[in-house]
Write a protein that binds this ligand. Structure first.
Ligand SMILES: NC(=O)c1ccc[n+]([C@@H]2O[C@H](COP(=O)([O-])OP(=O)(O)OC[C@H]3O[C@@H](n4cnc5c(N)ncnc54)[C@H](OP(=O)(O)O)[C@@H]3O)[C@@H](O)[C@H]2O)c1
Length: 292
């Protein structure tokens, strides 16, 4: 697998989205041993980017569940792969009665990053992403708060998520040249609305991390081949899964695209990681692009 650039890091072209192990639309969770085995299988398959978030948890009162799981799996793995990057996110709140909110204030983010550092059991977070805009605050001011966390050495680099073009440009201005390492937006055959942001990131050499790259939990990813038949047809010709074709197509869009497919099962991420080695013809890629 030829690595891809994520700010100062070189990572595997396919990352592991850890969310489904703690939060998914089926509301079915692996037990801890199986979840740890899935993370280990990802590492064994050469995956060196893990994506988590403080808010990924089955319930509001288990906030931080996914970060704790990632930390536990890494501790149990033995020597970690060189260049392993753990990316997390902050800025979404969750309280009693499953009340969800957003908070981009400096005071909140400072406490959130300290909590993530403790749960991940690290001294610095590799990539800290602003999870979702807090529309009650000025966008640039909140990005400035993330910059403060980087300046203070709590986080090595900063990314944003669920951002539109204007917001990406503001983040670039506030963080300065090369300061915005990644944009994580929804992108898949069933969600092409982030194409402008993808293209802009490519033009700026910013890593674009498609979230729900297969169509999401709860059936979207599972059914991608039946919803978008072209991926299943091409897959059959190569003897691989439709999901692998989707990821290979996304990888082909640019060297700055790093999909982060989620997985509960080890077999899912092992299959997804193999997309990095799947070569599709120009005609097949054009058919994928035309789908959806
Ligand atoms: N920034 C944000 O706002 C945001 C929002 C949502 C998600 N995310 C991130 O994006 C990551 C991915 O998104 P997602 O998990 O929602 O959706 P997804 O990656 O589109 O789909 C995940 C589901 O696909 C299945 N799957 C994965 N690879 C497969 C394969 N090769 N063959 C068959 N099935 C496969 C998995 O099944 P099994 O579970 O059965 O293994 C998993 O439940 C998340 O884990 C999270 O890190 C970010």
């Amino acid at each position: 697998m030829t690595p891809r650039t994520l700010g100062p890091f070189q990572v595997s072209p396919i990352g592991l989205g850890c969310m489904p192990m703690s939060m998914n639309n089926d509301k079915v969770y692996p037990d801890e041993a199986d979840a740890v085995a899935t993370i280990h299988a990802a590492l064994d398959a050469g995956v060196t980017l893990l994506d988590t978030a403080d808010v990924y948890a089955p319930t509001w009162d288990t906030f931080g569940h996914n970060e704790l799981l990632v930390a536990k799996a890494l501790k149990a793995y033995g020597p970690l792969p060189d260049g392993l990057v753990v990316a997390t996110k902050g800025g979404i709140t969750r309280g009693p009665g499953e009340t969800w909110g957003r908070d981009g204030s400096m005071a909140y983010l400072r406490s959130a990053v300290e909590a993530s550092l403790r749960r991940l059991d690290v001294e610095v977070i590799d990539l800290y992403q602003w999870h979702r805009p807090d529309r009650s605050l000025d966008y640039g001011e909140v990005v400035g708060n993330f910059k403060t966390l980087a300046d203070e050495g709590k986080v090595r680099c900063v990314g944003i998520s669920n951002a539109n073009l204007d917001e990406i440009r503001i983040a670039q201005d506030v963080l300065g040249p090369g300061g915005l390492v990644s944009v994580q937006n929804e992108f898949s055959p069933s969600h092409r609305q982030s194409e402008d942001e993808l293209r802009y990131c490519v033009s700026q050499q910013i890593a674009f991390l498609p979230w729900s790259p297969l169509g999401g939990t709860g059936g979207g990813a599972r059914d991608v081949g039946s919803r978008f038949g072209v991926f299943a047809e091409i897959a059959a010709g190569h003897g691989v899964s439709p999901q692998q074709v989707v990821l290979a197509w996304e990888l082909s869009l640019s060297e700055h695209v790093i999909p982060i497919p989620g997985a509960r099962r080890a077999s899912s991420i092992v299959d997804s990681a193999a997309a990095a080695d799947l070569v599709l013809s120009a005609d097949e890629l054009a058919r994928c692009s035309a789908a959806g």
